[in-house]
Design a protein around this ligand. Structure first.
Ligand code: NOJ
Ligand code: CA
Length: 691
């Protein structure tokens, strides 16, 4: 038998102390002292950092450096000019979100570094340590020997301390619509994800992963890597060194081999490591927002989270088309009025109309897509003024669709005119889209060019009082704090793939997404499909969840613009639609009740400005039962709970539409037993009993 040797803990601690005490003079802890960051310089003047969580090493000695074009790399032969420690504690109010009040509490260490010789270039590294994670960034001040800068690489290391289980998508410079993969770090193989037939723009240059990437250590610690405040820079991917269990940043570049073009002074985005001893800690973190700046808009009164319907799913399942030439045009005046009537009768306040403007005959698969869409010319069978007038009369706001087909230059030229039309029609929301390879050719969706384009759109939209929902976006980094008109985004495997992809989203998909992509920000997943198999339109495709699971997504997947995605005829007269009618979209409080990545998650949220609570619970392909305490409910109040759940024989594939509704009176002392079928879910509304 193999013998186990134990090293007494106090000896290990002494060893750690000795190891650090030789170099480490710079240290910063989280306010609750669970996380500790050490910064040190090696003898050769190379900067290193380490992260411990509850006394355990999470990130082992990791360095950073920058490679520039035509000048020497930065990251060796440095000295510490000086350093400072400070603390911050403030509670701020969100314009909208998962939570009304957010505490921003951290300890900061700023180390000012300078090259010892020659160029004497300077850079500061700033660590902010929160109770649930560490953010750090590099700040390059204005300086004589570093003015115009072309970054070829930022080499920030994350040296992991074990072969953790990892939930990852490949480091694609272009599209972020891959399914999640679950492997050990040593088994990550991003290159095998090249060439998916349903992804028309994808570029995976090396074995790297995109952020957010989440992992679990063998001793049960959860870690996720993200970015916060991505401004005038490019996104990172994380290159995987499988042997050394090391991640290193690899910036998204372009075909001219430029990763970032900038000038001093500049600061990089925050590299954010979330750490928790429960999976739910990651989901409850608001640190990504705390690492962004407060909002810069003078007036935010026109920004309203909303539920909406769309002339949308019908195109994806092939009932109608975006273009008019097919003879099956979806965006007709008549069809829009049909949706408006339904939405208005059912307390849904928005309607997205896709395929309303000319050009859809040439939107996909064409090399030259410039000048095709102008965003102001409606098809002949769509009377835009009449639709908007009718919608207003019925209390519905039209959401304008701007599919750019990635002809970004065209969109930039058209934006003023397009927004002027929105303004003249009183439209306050757009959905943008970037399907296909970016024009100018050689740029990629996650690169600096698109980061800056995205910022132009958000700023211009804000000037015109327009909220934005971005599809095929730059992965969100918390900018919604600074620009609260940046509402939602896709940037993941959405519901649409169930309509036409060769590999549909598996039942477990939405038990992974809350712990990965959702950590970056709101998701326009477009839930609420009731006709799960839609055999009338497609026999090979389907949604791989039960109907109750679809309802639960309104609470589980956070978005301030939340779509009721199915066709009006599938909702008409359906008792389960009551949940979609009732559910909130803007929250005062959000609590994750339980969750394990790729297994299940249960979230409850209290609606802002009402006393209603909602709960959503979803499972993977395994059935589950939970005994849930309702102790989150408000003191002294009784509620009518409407429970929408799977039936005993519900099953995501064999019997997905079987569901039941029970009505109970409950209060905070009640326990509920939730029974989730394979691929199932439970959705509950708690409406206070009026006195
Ligand atoms: C892809 C988007 O994700 C989808 O929502 C949209 O309907 C199509 N592009 C057309 O713009
Ligand atoms: Ca998409």
């Amino acid at each position: 038998m193999k013998k186990l040797y134990f090293i007494p803990l106090f000896l290990l601690q002494i060893f750690n102390y000795l190891a650090f005490s030789q170099n480490s003079e710079y240290k910063v802890n989280s306010p609750d002292e669970s996380i500790e960051v050490n910064f040190l310089l090696t003898k050769g003047g190379q900067p290193d950092y380490l992260v411990n969580f509850n006394g355990k090493r999470i990130i082992d000695t990791s360095s950073f450096s920058f490679d520039f074009k035509n000048v020497k790399s930065f990251g060796k032969n440095l000295m510490v000019a000086n350093s400072s420690n400070s603390s911050f504690d403030e509670t701020w109010e969100t314009v909208w979100g998962e939570q009304r009040f957010i505490r921003n509490n951290y300890n900061e260490l700023k180390v000012n570094l300078e090259e010892k010789e020659e160029l004497k270039r300077k850079c500061s590294i700033v660590f902010r340590v929160f109770n649930d994670g560490v953010g750090f960034r590099y700040e390059f001040p204005q300086q004589e020997n570093l003015k115009d800068v072309i970054i070829i690489d930022e080499n920030t290391q994350f040296n992991l301390t074990g072969d953790h289980t990892c939930w990852w998508t490949p480091g694609d410079w272009d599209i972020t619509e891959h399914l999640y993969n679950t492997t050990r770090i040593s088994e990550i193989d991003a290159l095998s994800k090249r060439g998916h037939p349903n992804l028309i723009s994808t570029y995976i240059p090396e074995n790297a992963v995109n952020t957010p990437v989440t992992m679990k250590t063998d001793d049960g610690i959860y870690i996720s890597f993200l970015e916060a405040n991505l401004t005038d820079y490019s996104s990172i991917t994380l290159k995987v060194d499988k042997e050394n269990l090391l991640f290193q940043t690899e910036l998204v570049g372009n075909d001219a081999e430029i990763k970032v073009k900038t000038k001093t002074p500049f600061a990089t985005p925050w590299r954010l490591i979330l750490i928790g001893d429960e999976a739910k800690d990651l989901v409850e973190s608001r640190t990504i927002l705390n690492l962004n700046e407060p909002y810069v808009l003078d007036d935010v009164s026109w920004i309203n989270p909303t539920k909406y319907m769309g002339i949308w799913w019908e195109m994806h399942i092939g009932k109608s088309t975006w273009d008019m030439a097919s003879g099956k045009h979806g965006a007709t005046t008549e069809n829009a009025k049909r949706y408006i009537d339904f939405a208005s009768a059912n307390r849904i306040k928005g309607l997205l109309v896709e395929g309303w403007n000319t050009g859809w005959e040439r939107w996909i698969g064409f090399e030259d897509r410039e000048g095709v869409f102008d965003f102001v010319t409606p098809y002949a069978d769509y009377d835009i003024k009449e639709v908007v007038r009718y919608a207003k009369e019925k209390g519905i706001n039209i959401i304008m669709h701007h599919e750019t087909s990635s002809a970004v230059k065209t969109y930039e030229q058209q934006m003023d005119t397009a927004f002027a039309l929105c303004k003249s029609l009183g439209i306050h929301a757009i959905k943008t889209g970037y399907v296909g390879p970016i024009i100018p050719k050689g740029e990629y969706h996650q690169g600096q060019y698109m980061v800056n384009h995205n910022r132009k759109v958000i700023e211009k939209a804000a000037q015109n009082q327009i909220m934005v929902d971005v599809h095929e976006p730059v992965t969100p980094t918390g900018l919604r704090r600074t620009y609260p008109n940046l509402m939602s985004a896709e940037g993941l495997r959405g519901q649409e793939f169930n309509a036409w992809s060769i590999d549909m989203n598996p039942p477990k998909h939405l038990t992974i997404v809350p712990f990965t992509r959702m950590l970056a920000g709101p998701i326009d997943y477009t839930p609420g499909i009731f006709d799960i198999k839609f055999d009338k339109y497609k026999d090979k495709n389907q949604v791989n969840t039960t109907l109750a699971h679809q309802l639960a997504l309104y609470v589980v997947i956070y978005s301030p613009l939340q779509m009721a995605a199915d066709l009006p005829e599938n909702y008409e007269g359906h008792p389960a639609f009551q949940f979609i009618r009732d559910v909130g979209v803007d929250w005062d409080t959000s609590i994750v009740i339980n969750g394990e990545i790729e297994e299940y998650i249960t979230i409850t949220r209290k609606e802002r400005n009402t006393d209603k609570w909602f709960l959503g619970s979803v499972t993977d392909e395994n059935e589950r039962s939970f005994n849930i305490s309702l102790d989150f409910l408000d003191e002294g109040k009784k509620y009518v709970a409407a429970i929408y759940s799977d039936k005993e024989d519900s099953h995501w594939d064999k019997n997905p539409t079987a569901y039941k509704i029970e009505i109970l009176t409950v209060d905070k002392t009640t326990y509920l037993n939730l029974q989730l079928a394979p691929g199932g879910g439970t959705a509950i509304s708690f409406i206070p009993v009026s006195e």
